[in-house]
Write a protein that binds this ligand. Structure first.
Ligand code: HPA
Length: 260
């Protein structure tokens, strides 16, 4: 039987095969399609590493099968999820390389699956008061401090549809609305995780200032280069957080949808 207690969702670099023992690749067939992950152990904890964009980073953010990915984690028994996301920053105080343990989102996606609760599933309105699990956020924040890693303990993630970057006018609007960072992947992943009762957290890594903020055009290569430069910090943070997480501390995520 395929099983893991923890999951890390992210791109290459976050996952280092050398950190896991007994690592093996799995394809998990779900009601919503296929998902890939590598499962192994770290300090006695079983961890599934899921590359959000597929093994070869070939799936663009608006075409990721978010439902299959989240359902696969549920089906193999995962309860705690640590996700990464590359983001642009709308704040001078969050320069490239900064980490943000996001605590809120603004959803500006346009054409993605919204929910598990359709097509015969009961009508359900899931609580989004604490979209990113507060217990995991606090633990990540504490762990980062102990490791000497600087990570903002909160921030609002604006999710756009992509795959294009934003116009400077959009960025000015998002900043006025209270957004701090902009990315293309947190929605619907966060929502689906909450609907299925998972404890789900995201550490966003700033790879660039948002469009219109520096006067220079923004390139995908710049995002990839900056991610590669700093991803080891997130990796260290996640593995230490998993090794030290006390899962007996009560958390409301499991009952957020009211449907469990
Ligand atoms: N905008 C949207 N998504 C991103 C960005 C950005 O500036 N940087 C990395 N992912």
């Amino acid at each position: 039987m395929i099983h893991a207690d923890y999951a890390i969702i992210g791109g290459t670099g976050v996952y280092d095969p050398a950190l896991l023992t007994n690592a093996h690749e799995e394809q998990i067939e779900t009601h919503y399609g296929m998902a890939n992950c590598t499962i192994g152990e770290f300090k006695g904890k079983s961890i599934a590493f899921m590359p959000r964009h597929g093994k070869a980073h070939h799936v663009p953010p608006h075409q990721v099968n978010y439902k299959a990915n989240i359902q696969a984690l549920v089906d193999i028994g995962v309860k705690q999820v640590f996700a990464t996301a590359a983001v642009g920053s709308m704040r001078q105080t969050l320069p490239p390389g900064a980490l943000v343990i996001v605590d809120q989102f603004l959803d500006f996606t346009k054409n993605r699956p919204l929910t598990f609760f359709e097509d015969g599933e009961p009508v359900t309105h899931t609580d989004m008061t604490d979209p990113y699990c507060g217990r995991l956020r606090r633990h990540l924040s504490k762990t980062a401090q102990q490791l000497g890693i600087v990570a903002a303990p909160g921030g609002t993630y604006v999710c756009t549809e992509g795959p294009r970057f934003e116009s400077p006018a959009e960025i000015r609007m998002f900043a006025q609305l209270g957004g701090d960072v902009v990315g293309m992947t947190s929605i619907p992943e966060t929502v689906l995780a909450k609907e299925r009762g998972l404890c789900y957290s995201t550490v966003a890594m700033v790879t660039n200032y948002c469009s219109g903020m520096t006067g220079a055009p923004l390139t995908h290569q710049e995002v990839l280069d900056e991610m590669a430069k700093n991803v080891h910090q997130i990796r260290t943070l996640f593995f230490e957080a998993i090794a030290t997480l006390d899962t007996t501390v009560a958390c409301a995520c499991e009952s957020a949808s009211g449907a469990m």
